[in-house]
Write a protein that binds this ligand. Structure first.
Ligand code: NAD
Ligand code: UDP
Length: 344
């Protein structure tokens, strides 16, 4: 598992304030039983932090953190982030990751998704203020909506529909960014925002419904690959190890960037290309079938990561094929446990 001391891409972020000559540090990770949050739990346990993982297990899985449950520095709190949370002891860092990320899952209860983004963010910002903690928000490329420019830089304000099936997520995440800005302005909270682009890798839920988990599990099961629309829409896929390095570099940057930072892999693929690469990398045959494109499905998505490179000296190291070579065996193991539901 990754640690900060891994000299990664010449990262400039300094960890001194949090790692040296201080009392034991505590990190709170909301959504810590999810795909990304559980990887953060591992990173901070390895760095000898006290880790509090708050999760309502709505899309996360206990199996992601099962190996940590008996660890003396790890505490799991099963709770909705919408509810107030009063931890024992002082919190130094907060990663606010709690929110379903897969479109079928966040659309299941859109009002709750919206509240998770807004009330959850407010609760965590108030906690950060009270504890003098540094807080990072897991924002998203979805705040750019269906972008009119490519690649998307942080200065682009987006093209988002307030009324639609994706709005609970997109507008919820936009409003959360506003709260982060306001708490910084009004109370001086050290609030940082990562705009995460599509990320994949081990610990993704095979039944998650996102495109990489769907395509890989479909091919491994011998099912047809389902492309929504004609497959000409694009996405840029970031391998999870790269993303986690970026999140850690951002929260440990001594001085806040004072603006959101895109984190993603700028290599852009059409969904049809992704399907072909998955077929090649699994060494299996699969038929492609076409289904209706969901409403408001963005046409393209590609991050401009110049800011992350300048401020964090960060850029992704894994190509899509390399990342898939680590991800496919994970999905094979998950499917062989026979507990994974079929893709949505
Ligand atoms: P995930 O669904 O695997 O993890 C989300 C976690 O949050 C789950 O463990 C879930 O149980 C928990 N959760 C959801 N609602 C909650 C609530 N109300 N209270 C407490 N816990 C709650 O998704 P992920 O891919 O790990 O995403 C983590 C974060 O990163 C999310 O905020 C997501 O919006 C953001 N993000 C992810 C991606 C990506 O490609 N993975 C891209 C952009 C942004
Ligand atoms: N998609 C697809 N087949 C699937 C799942 C998704 O063609 O089985 C498409 C989806 O319509 C979108 C892209 O793949 O254009 C990425 O979808 P995902 O749900 O992973 O994330 P999004 O970027 O849309 O939030």
């Amino acid at each position: 598992m990754l640690g900060f001391d891994k000299s990664h891409h010449g990262q400039t972020a300094s960890y001194t304030k949090y790692d040296i000559g201080q009392m034991r540090r505590t990190v709170l990770i909301t959504g810590g039983a999810g795909f990304l949050g559980s990887q953060l739990c591992d990173v901070y346990i390895a760095r000898d932090y006290r880790v509090i993982c708050l999760d309502d297990l709505s899309t996360g899985r206990l199996s992601n953190i099962g190996h940590l449950l008996d660890h003396p520095s790890f505490e799991f709190v099963e709770q909705d982030v919408i509810e107030p949370f009063q931890p024992k002891g002082c919190i130094d860092l907060i990663f606010n990751m709690a929110c379903p990320a897969s479109p079928p899952k966040y659309q299941r209860d859109p009002i709750h998704t919206f509240k998770t983004n807004i009330q959850g963010a407010e609760n965590m910002l108030r906690l950060a203020h009270k504890h003098g903690a540094r807080i990072l928000q897991a924002s998203t490329s979805e705040i750019y909506g269906d972008p009119e420019i490519s690649p998307q830089s942080e200065s682009y304000h987006g093209n988002v529909n307030t009324l639609g099936p994706r709005s609970c997520y997109d507008e919820g995440k936009r409003a959360a960014e506003t709260l982060f800005y306001d708490f910084r302005q009004q109370y001086g909270v050290d609030a940082r925002i990562a705009r995460i682009f599509n990320t994949y890798g081990p610990r993704m839920d095979p039944g998650d419904g996102r495109v990489v988990s769907n395509f890989v599990t479909q091919v491994l099961r011998g099912d047809d690959i389902t492309i929504y629309g004609d497959g000409s829409q694009t996405r840029s896929f970031c391998f999870v190890d790269d993303l986690i390095q970026g999140l850690c570099a951002l929260i440990h940057l001594p001085k806040s960037p004072g603006q959101p930072v895109n984190l993603g892999n700028p290599e852009e693929f059409t969904i049809r290309e992704l399907a072909e690469i998955v077929i090649e990398e699994t060494h299996k045959d699969a038929r492609i079938v076409y289904k209706d494109l969901p409403v408001d499905d963005p046409r393209q998505r590609r991050p401009d990561i110049r800011l992350a490179h300048q401020m964090l000296n960060w850029r992704p190291q894994f190509t899509l094929r390399e990342g898939l070579r680590s991800t496919i065996p994970y999905f094979m193991a998950e499917l062989s446990r026979n507990s994974a539901p079929s893709p949505i």
